[in-house]
Write a protein that binds this ligand. Structure first.
Ligand SMILES: Cc1ncc(COP(=O)(O)O)c(C=O)c1O
Length: 368
């Protein structure tokens, strides 16, 4: 049985009857940049997150960048974040001319360990940027308390966590602002690049709306030097269609995760811990194994595709060698990167595929 990691072509066939008319509306209105579909998506996604505002943008990276600028991050500031993330989290900090300051993860969840944050705060710290990695909410209450105590702001990197809940509340509304990505592989995904900033703060939303469009507050009135970070009309149309399916898709991801956990109970793997007070949306279902390359090739031999998110912590990437963080600086992040393996996780996996993957992993790694 073949189990591809992703199958975006199959997803399109399923949605074709809804997507094509939506794209046609954009063509008929010729609203290719922002426009009616994007505005409607902004309202619908803000409602979904329970926030006052959603500002649709060109990518998740753009959302992180504008979010940090809106929080006042400036050159030579420091922003505390996790090294166990996609590079874009740190890149957005660098775009502001600020320095990413890494703090190790909690090995149980893979997310920023709040217990380690306070000792990383300096007079230069301007913001904290937790990531809800794999769709599992970061521990936001202690993070917000520390931020309030030190008068620094918090931006959520919610790129992987559309619809996840922390203590009953959706991510996106848990801090000053939140950045979402709609990259084609995300739980809520565009047919191209896309992102959004959500916030309850009128000033942040006002800034982001102007900044995405060359600093314009009215046509050809440029208050400041901004960016071209606008969402395309086609992406707004696609995202509106897919948002209507997101509840069902998330429920299915969660069901698959429960089944994987059941099949892998007692097997020689570790899995991140879910806090029963929260709701993980399983952007990825990851396991930690000691002999990863052997597991990958044995799964590949059974036509099961896997991926590694992520093979190196950000500070060990050549792009961040200038930080001068040697190996072993953050041992939990490094151990996670050495052992992590993402199994196929998407709403359209069949029960047979899930059982096939779970049983294959179990056979390959053996019992504890
Ligand atoms: C955690 C995280 N942050 C930021 C991004 C950047 O989003 P984008 O690719 O839409 O720019 C991504 C995904 O690509 C991500 O996974």
């Amino acid at each position: 049985m073949k189990v591809p990691f992703l199958d975006l072509k199959a997803e399109f066939e399923h949605l074709r009857g809804e997507i094509l008319p939506a794209l046609e509306r954009v063509c008929q209105n010729a609203s290719f940049i922002l426009g009616e579909e994007v505005e409607a998506f902004e309202r619908e996604f803000a409602d979904f997150c329970g926030t006052k505002h959603c500002v649709a943008l060109a990518s998740g990276t753009a959302a992180l960048h504008l979010g940090l600028l809106a929080l006042g991050v400036q050159p030579d500031d420091e922003v505390i974040t996790t090294p166990n993330t996609f590079l874009a989290t740190a890149e957005a900090i660098s775009y502001c001319g600020a320095d990413p300051i890494f703090v190790d993860i909690d090995p149980a969840t893979g997310n920023l360990d709040p217990k380690l944050i306070e000792r990383a705060i300096t007079p230069r710290t301007r913001a904290i940027l937790p990531v809800h990695l794999y769709g599992r909410p970061a521990d936001m209450n202690p993070i917000r308390e520390i931020a309030a105590r030190h008068n620094v702001r918090v931006l959520e990197d919610a790129a992987q966590a559309h619809g996840a809940r922390y203590r009953g509340r959706r991510v996106g509304g848990l801090a000053a602002a939140a950045a979402f990505s709609f990259y084609p592989t995300k739980n809520l995904a565009a047919y191209g690049e896309g992102g959004a900033l959500t916030t309850d703060d009128d000033q942040i939303a006002k800034y982001a709306r102007a900044a995405r469009s060359h600093g314009q507050t009215a046509r050809y009135e440029h208050e400041f030097v901004g960016f071209n970070y606008r969402m395309h009309g086609f992406q707004g149309a696609v995202l509106r269609v897919k948002l209507r399916h997101l509840y069902a898709w998330t429920a299915r991801r969660q069901e698959i995760a429960r089944e994987y956990r059941r099949l892998l109970a007692g097997a020689r793997v570790e899995m991140p811990v879910d806090d029963p007070q929260d709701e993980c949306v399983y952007h990825q279902f990851v396991i930690y194994v000691s002999n990863r390359n052997a597991v990958i090739s044995q799964l590949a031999a059974r036509e099961i595709e896997t991926m590694v998110h992520y093979p190196k912590p950000v500070y060990l990437q050549p792009a961040y060698s200038s930080l001068g963080c040697p190996p072993r600086t953050f041992p939990h992040a490094e151990r996670a990167c050495e052992r992590v393996l993402s199994l196929p996780m998407r709403a359209d996996l069949t029960a047979e595929q899930v059982a096939y993957v779970g049983n294959a992993v179990r056979e390959i790694v053996g019992n504890k």
